[in-house]
Design a protein around this ligand. Structure first.
Ligand code: HEM
Length: 719
């Protein structure tokens, strides 16, 4: 009896494991149309492979360099995502309607104990209702009022900088400075609160940075995805403690404003809810939140006359405190980093700001639209060092990426973007008009914890500008000549953008993608053409295994007597594939291929033609022969176009299996290069053999290798 029970339990367990394994496999198979970077192992997938420090972020850059548009990514056994990198791929998804867009549990759900049921974590109808309710708080008429706060807060910080310099210290952690400044302006502008938070504010910012760190750690440690375990762990307890600090801070601000409003109501007898509704475009965020709740007039509340519950008010307040403060801090710190690395651009921004200040230290709302060069630098810095590096979404219906399908726009964007832009322009202009910023004593390393931070702080050097220097900077602007960039100091530094672009280029260089097309004859002694397919399949597998992140895609056409093989891969892999061909060429009777010739090597291609590697067997008569009247160049051009079109067919039919089914091949017969064309190309003198190509490659005189030339008319494989 006992053994039957044991057997029964074992059978149940086996069935359960089989079910889970099948589910995982099916879920992963659903993403088979996307390239799949090598994983840690089958179970964990890519979990923890990237990291959030400088090295981890470099690995992400590498991934983007290699996969360019998108790739599949498996976070443990159950969470499979598609990573989209290219703006064109992301654009349509971000503007998808709110009704089909949802936020996930891992990236957003873990924030719930901290941010509650706030806009950032809401989806669908609920999100639409709250977003509509809160949007008026960021109307331009309201933002205009905040200009005086930006002026006053930034200038008082700069007075402090003068005092710090007087003590002999000239290095500041800009992240810390910007954090204090943006918290101060946020509290004053959107929470109608000033002055009484000193002391508590530093506790609050420390708690936010603790929460950001703990959230990232939780995402990366699979066992902590289970609430039960997390809240019993030391990390979970620390998270709860930091949440308490943050909640107490915002609750005190909300309560204080609530008391002020009810006191005002009693004093003036004014119906504040009505006034707030009537003057909706002049009401600060906190008043909008608080008065929406009690409104019976359908004015500050939504169409249904519903306002916000106390929990919702608290959640939104917590969210605005975090979203409005940390992201702007990060953005400003990296803007100053980039300007410090690029003194010529810094100088130009300074001249622009000073020309609007007329010797004073303030800017008006109207001035902000005149800061065009400064705006360009801010936007470029946001692109290079984006405060929020990744967003996650899931959709309740299949979405196409990209394509001609037009999805009606929604508005899943940052509600505070105009506030942030106005503040950033103001702060950059005011600081640069009075101080110069230089690179700090050590290198700055990126650290991504909910927003992009700097490991150990963003330490930069500052120098106050004296009057003679500032008038010089004004003179530069009045003469309207760009020669101000040619000062002695400035000449010593190259431009920030050229430097950063060079850094990006040199990083990318290692991950350049190339396309190789090789033609060859099949060895007459070859009995089975699948030997050739097997050879390349094994080679690709070996190369991909030995080179983490490598993705070899392409197509092998196996004719009765010839082959045409297109491969897309990185530089190092390209050389190894060529080595393999060279070996075959040098042992003519040992290999399955004879007389291989390179039809094309395209360096640094912007995108792949093929999503995976596959092969197809073509039989006699299956492909019509080419017209003999065609000139050689025409044959060549036609063949390359056909290869490109085959890539498109494979992509459109989502073919991802190693062998292309016969029925598909039939439909594409016009786009299959004829075997006669392959044979004709092989007979020309102008194609290089792998041995010849490698000899040129290793020769120091050859300058074209990295030039990106595809082919010249005289020699198709010129590279
Ligand atoms: C340079 C500064 C800023 C950057 C780079 C930034 C970036 C972003 C991004 C990327 C999102 C989308 C997040 C997601 O869906 O996961 C977002 C949402 C949001 N941001 Fe910002 N933000 C900035 C400043 C601000 C400011 C100043 C405020 C408020 C005062 C703010 C409030 C919000 C809110 C409430 C959301 C959620 C919106 C929604 O889901 O409808 N942000 N922000």
């Amino acid at each position: 009896m006992f053994s039957i029970m044991v057997l029964f339990v074992c059978a149940l367990l086996c069935a359960f494991v089989c079910m889970i394994v099948t589910q995982i496999t099916l879920k992963r198979r659903a993403l088979r149309h996307f390239s799949l970077p090598p994983q840690r192992n089958w179970l964990l997938g890519h979990m923890g492979m990237m990291g959030h420090d400088e090295e981890g972020l470099n690995r992400i850059d590498t991934l983007i360099g290699q996969y360019f548009h998108s790739c599949a990514w498996f976070l443990g056994p159950f969470c499979n995502i598609v990573r989209l990198f290219h703006p064109e791929h992301i654009k349509s998804l971000l503007s998808a309607p709110a009704s089909i867009t949802f936020k996930d549990k891992i990236f957003y759900g873990f924030m719930k104990p901290w941010l509650g049921n706030c806009l950032l974590l809401q989806s669908g109808q609920e999100w639409s209702r709250h977003r509509k309710l809160l949007t008026p708080a960021f109307h331009f008429d309201i933002l205009k009022k905040y200009v005086s706060v930006f002026n006053q807060s930034t200038n008082s910080m700069l007075e402090e900088w003068h005092r710090i310099l007087a003590t002999g210290q000239n290095t500041l952690d800009l992240f810390e400075q910007m954090s204090c400044l943006t918290l101060d302006t946020l509290l004053k502008c959107t929470f109608s609160c000033s002055g009484h938070t000193q002391g508590k504010a530093s506790q609050y910012t420390a708690a936010i940075s603790e929460l950001s760190k703990l959230l990232v750690q939780r995402q990366h440690y699979l066992p902590y995805h289970w609430d039960w375990l997390y809240w019993r762990s030391e990390q979970g307890r620390r998270f709860q403690k930091a949440c308490d600090v943050v909640h107490a801070f915002t609750a005190s601000i909300v309560q204080r404003r609530r008391a002020e409003l009810s006191e005002k109501k009693e004093r003036t007898g004014e119906h504040l809810e009505f006034t707030a509704g009537y003057k909706r475009k002049e009401t600060d965020l906190i008043d909008l939140l608080l008065l929406a709740k009690a409104s019976q007039h359908g004015s500050t509340s939504d169409e249904k006359g519903e306002g916000l519950t106390n929990e919702e008010i608290q959640a939104h307040a917590d969210m605005f405190m975090f979203a409005g403060h940390d992201s702007t801090t990060s953005a400003l710190s990296w803007i100053f980093y980039n300007l410090a690395m690029n003194p010529d651009h810094q100088e130009r921004c300074r001249a622009e700001a000073r020309s609007l200040m007329h010797g004073g230290h303030t800017l008006s709302w109207e001035d902000l639209s005149q800061l065009s060069f400064t705006t360009m630098c801010i936007k470029e810095s946001l692109r290079l060092h984006s405060p929020v590096l990744a967003l996650t979404r899931f959709y309740s219906q299949a979405m196409s990426t990209p394509g001609n399908r037009i999805i009606p726009p929604g508005c899943l964007n940052c509600i505070g973007q105009n506030f942030a832009m106005a503040e950033m322009k103001m702060v950059v202009a005011l600081i640069l008009s009075r101080f110069q910023i230089f690179p700090g004593p050590g290198p700055v390393r990126r650290l991504y914890q909910l927003v992009l931070r700097a490991e150990g702080g963003m330490n930069l050097c500052i120098k106050a500008i004296n009057e003679s220097e500032s008038s010089k900077s004004n003179r530069y602007h009045h003469t309207q000549t760009p020669t101000f960039m040619a000062g002695r100091d400035l000449q010593e530094h190259e431009s920030m953008f050229s430097r950063l672009m060079e850094r990006h280029r040199s990083k990318r260089k290692r991950f350049l993608l190339h396309r190789l097309v090789v033609l060859s004859r099949l060895s007459p002694g070859l009995e089975d053409r699948s030997t050739v397919a097997g050879h390349f399949e094994k080679l690709n597998l070996r190369l991909q295994r030995s080179r983490p992140g490598e993705d070899i895609t392409g197509l092998l056409l196996l004719y009765p007597q010839h082959t045409l093989h297109a491969t897309e891969c990185s530089t190092e892999t390209l050389l190894l594939i060529l080595e393999d061909l060279k070996n075959m060429e040098e042992t003519p009777h040992g290999g399955p291929l004879l007389n291989p010739k390179i039809l094309l090597v395209s360096h640094d291609i912007p995108t792949r033609h093929f999503q995976s590697w596959s092969h197809v067997f073509l039989n006699q008569g299956q492909v019509p022969p080419h017209t003999l009247e065609q000139g050689l160049e025409e044959v060549l051009k036609h063949t390359l176009n056909q290869i490109q079109r085959l890539g498109l067919h494979l992509r459109n039919h989502a073919v991802n299996s190693p062998v292309i089914p016969d029925e598909l091949v039939k439909d594409w017969s016009n786009d299959l290069p004829p075997e006669t064309a392959v044979s004709r190309l092989l007979q020309t003198e102008m194609l290089l053999s792998p041995v010849h190509y490698m000899a040129i490659y290793h020769s120091p005189q050859h300058q074209h290798l990295d030039s990106g030339h595809v082919f010249s008319s005289a020699r198709p494989s010129a590279v």
